[in-house]
Design a protein around this ligand. Structure first.
Ligand SMILES: CC(=O)CC(=O)SCCNC(=O)CCNC(=O)[C@H](O)C(C)(C)COP(=O)(O)OP(=O)(O)OC[C@H]1O[C@@H](n2cnc3c(N)ncnc32)[C@H](O)[C@@H]1OP(=O)(O)O
Ligand SMILES: NC(=O)C1=CN([C@@H]2O[C@H](COP(=O)(O)OP(=O)(O)OC[C@H]3O[C@@H](n4cnc5c(N)ncnc54)[C@H](OP(=O)(O)O)[C@@H]3O)[C@@H](O)[C@H]2O)C=CC1
Length: 284
């Protein structure tokens, strides 16, 4: 059965984008967060993105209103009680995620699929917190969600073929491209991307070059749309550190050790664009 009613949990940069693309494809979406403030910011971001599309004459003012009408907000997970699919996009922390999944398992109907937008955490372990591991799957959107065409779809050890097929079809209904991967630390996307970002941070740490020079090298020399340090600030340095920790612990290989400079910035609260400072300073 194709889902119709969706809950997206976490109204941060990923959750807001995920809610937007579902609403744009006519799904009914409940956006959930523990904080009203985060929900307001999430809706504000969606509103801003849609207004930009109206300005560019990609959609009409009426389209914008109908997308916004597909969206409601809530701080209660119990409101997932009539949802067919839940996509979790809270902070990259196993304890927080398993707590959310345990609660979702209690409040959602039997048929509901529980998906995680985790960047790197094991889907199999998240699934084991529920009594329906065959209906738990990774649905990993890329940032910025409204722009990036990929969804990495991660099968946990127990994920059923039926769940996989439903998520594959749902991803296509969002006009995005699903790519199937198995459940290993960092999956494919962050196993390849994050060590490059971490290595770029090492080049700054070791005084090889300034952040600006590192980014110029990768943009002009390798045609990357953003340099790795700009991208790290964009993703969030806390998220980058969590992902490196997952790779380091998951593979037990020193090649994944997080750069001390990354740790230092995160400890200082320099989390990148979202806090106004990371490798660069932002005027939020
Ligand atoms: C960490 C993980 O687990 C996984 C990840 O997500 S890793 C991160 C993956 N993402 C990337 O690598 C992004 C790399 N960067 C890029 O592709 C580009 O720099 C970019 C698409 C973000 C911006 O592109 P650009 O050409 O430099 O800028 P710009 O012309 O302003 O934007 C292009 C389009 O994206 C839109 N856009 C840019 N930033 C946006 C945002 N944050 N939200 C929504 N839309 C955005 C713009 O509105 C514009 O749309 P139109 O074409 O409809 O006008
Ligand atoms: N940033 C990126 O580029 C990408 C991130 N991801 C993944 O997406 C997830 C979210 O990342 P991102 O959006 O960047 O993070 P953000 O910090 O922007 O957003 C996380 C949101 O979740 C909220 N939250 C925390 N705990 C709960 C909870 N128990 N219930 C409901 N909401 C909660 C936070 O509220 P508060 O701030 O009040 O704590 C915050 O609003 C992570 O797993 C991350 O790894 C995946 C792809 C790309």
């Amino acid at each position: 059965m194709q889902p119709n009613k969706i809950m997206v949990i976490g109204a941060g940069q990923m959750g807001a984008g995920i809610a937007q693309v579902f609403a744009q494809s006519n799904f009914q979406v409940k956006l959930n967060d523990i904080s009203e403030d985060a929900l307001n910011k999430g809706i504000e971001t969606i509103d801003k993105n849609l207004s930009r599309s109206v300005k560019k004459e990609r959609i009409t003012e009426q389209d914008k209103t109908s997308v916004l009408n597909q969206l409601t907000t809530t701080t209660s997970l119990k409101d997932a009680g009539d949802c067919d699919l839940v996509v979790e996009a809270v902070v990259e922390n196993m304890d927080v995620k398993t707590k959310v999944f345990r609660e979702l398992d209690e409040v959602t109907p039997e048929h509901t699929i529980l998906a995680s937008n985790t960047s790197s955490l094991p889907i199999t372990e998240i699934a084991a917190a529920t009594n329906r591991p065959e209906q738990v799957i990774g649905m990993h959107f890329m940032n910025p969600v409204p722009v990036m065409p990929l969804v990495e779809v991660i099968r946990g050890l127990a994920t059923s073929d039926e769940t996989y097929q439903t998520i594959d079809q749902t991803t296509k209904a969002l006009s995005k491209t699903p790519v199937e991967v198995n459940d290993y630390p960092g999956f494919v996307s962050n196993r390849v991307l994050m060590p490059m970002i971490n290595e770029a941070i090492f080049t700054v740490y070791e005084g090889v070059a300034t952040p600006e020079s590192v980014d110029e090298v990768m943009k002009l020399g390798m045609n990357h749309p953003m340099g790795p340090l700009t991208l790290a600030d964009f993703i969030g340095l806390d998220t980058c550190l969590y992902i490196m920790e997952v790779l380091y612990e998951g593979f037990g290989d020193s090649k994944y050790r997080p750069c001390p400079l990354l740790r230092k910035y995160v400890k200082a609260g320099w989390l990148g664009r979202k806090t106004g400072r990371g490798f660069y300073v932002y005027d939020n």
